[in-house]
Design a protein around this ligand. Structure first.
Ligand SMILES: [Zn+2]
Ligand SMILES: [Zn+2]
Length: 154
């Protein structure tokens, strides 16, 4: 691997099986009835450029479906999670964030401003590869975010 290659642009790591699909299709593929609230929540998750908390998802879902109750959004997230469509990531001390189940990307969260960035996948792959080869450790990144100070806050 070339060491002097420029860092890759921050690529949204979409779950392969949901890439380019609309919310209703994703739901049906998982055997989930595509009700209006589910479609609104699912679309909000697909549209988010990085994992977001349930409260923000409720706001985003309300833009798709006016009048959707926050409790409905939370219940829908739980349903999507049970069906294996979404999972969560812990970023900082707040509530966990919702992300697509196949999204294996690692987040870096700023502990001052809370800004979230994706760690370039090739760096993550390199770390996973090294630990596997040298320590026999099967690292499963993605459930917790890394923490630090972003460029703006440094
Ligand atoms: Zn910051
Ligand atoms: Zn967890």
């Amino acid at each position: 691997m070339k060491r002097d290659a420029p860092p890759p642009a921050e690529a949204p790591a979409r779950a392969a099986q949901t890439a380019g699909l609309d919310a209703a299709t994703v739901l049906r593929r998982h055997g989930c009835r595509a009700t209006k609230p589910r479609v609104a929540v699912m679309q909000a998750i697909l549209d988010a450029e990085h994992p977001v908390g349930a409260a923000e998802l409720a706001e985003r879902a309300a833009r798709q479906l006016a009048g959707i109750h926050e409790a409905t959004v939370y219940r829908t997230i739980a349903t999507l999670s049970e069906l294996g469509i979404v999972t969560h990531v812990h970023a900082g001390h707040g509530p966990s964030l919702v992300k697509l189940a196949g999204d294996a990307s690692v987040l870096a969260v700023c502990r001052r401003c809370g800004r979230i960035e994706r760690v370039p996948q090739e760096l993550v792959d390199e770390l996973v590869g090294h630990l596997a080869e040298q320590r026999g450790f099967a690292l499963e990144p993605g459930h917790f975010a890394l923490e630090g100070i972003c460029a703006d806050c440094a």
